[in-house]
Design a protein around this ligand. Structure first.
Ligand SMILES: Cc1cn([C@H]2C[C@H](O)[C@@H](COP(=O)(O)OP(=O)(O)O[C@H]3O[C@@H](C)C(=O)[C@@H](O)[C@H]3O)O2)c(=O)[nH]c1=O
Length: 181
């Protein structure tokens, strides 16, 4: 596995070492010892999630507040998505900046998103299976979010607005200007 820090402090792109042979391939998708060493932190993941979505489905921008914040290690095991991490840490030099990367079952890239970030993705392939580890439990009451098309964040989702499929819940999220913590 190799890791490269993105422009957002503490947010890393990881690429596993893939062993291919006549049978197919093998790779370690997560190994606590090497992962912690690569990102120089001790992360204790406690929950694994999986979602399935069709092309155009956009989930986000989501986070959990205060002591319920979650760091996430995200990857795609079928299809391709554009994944977006937004630095939502008030004290960070890159506060409100975002980082986007295509994650796919083909490139096998993973993104580590620290606590205090918002996260979202849009599906670029016909369908996609999205898998992620979280270092804190889901807490419905601690959920926070910002509207995906917030004009201050100005995220390029690569697809046309008409192609997007978004939950009613996400369409009710506030803009940055409306957001009150
Ligand atoms: C996230 C989550 C949802 N749920 C339930 C609540 C709800 O009934 C159903 C669907 O939830 P949502 O609509 O919030 O699912 P979704 O929009 O896929 O939410 C996810 O989006 C991505 C971008 C993230 O970063 C995740 O942390 C998470 O917020 O699943 C859990 O039981 N546990 C969980 O950890």
């Amino acid at each position: 596995m190799i890791a490269k820090e993105t422009k957002l402090q503490g947010c890393y792109i990881l690429e596993p070492t893939v062993f291919g042979d006549s049978r197919g391939y093998f790779f370690e998708s997560y190994n606590k010892q090497s992962f912690d060493k690569l990102i120089n932190q001790n992360i204790n993941f406690v929950q694994d999630n999986e979602s399935f979505s069709s092309r155009g489905v956009l989930r986000g921008l989501h986070g959990q507040k205060d002591e319920f914040a979650q760091a996430k290690l995200v990857r795609v095991t079928q299809g391709e998505v554009l994944d977006v991490a937004i630095d939502f840490r008030k004290d960070s030099p890159t506060y409100l900046q975002h980082f986007s990367v295509k994650l796919s079952s083909k490139n096998k890239k993973q993104l580590f998103i620290p606590r205090g970030f918002l996260h979202g993705f849009v599906v670029l392939s016909q369908t996609a299976v999205f898998n992620y580890k979280c270092d804190n439990w889901y807490n419905k009451d601690a959920e926070i979010g910002i509207m995906y098309n917030d004009s201050d964040l100005n995220i390029d989702w690569l697809l046309n607005e008409g192609e997007l499929l978004i939950s009613d819940k996400d369409l009710k999220l506030p803009t940055l200007k409306q957001f009150s913590p």
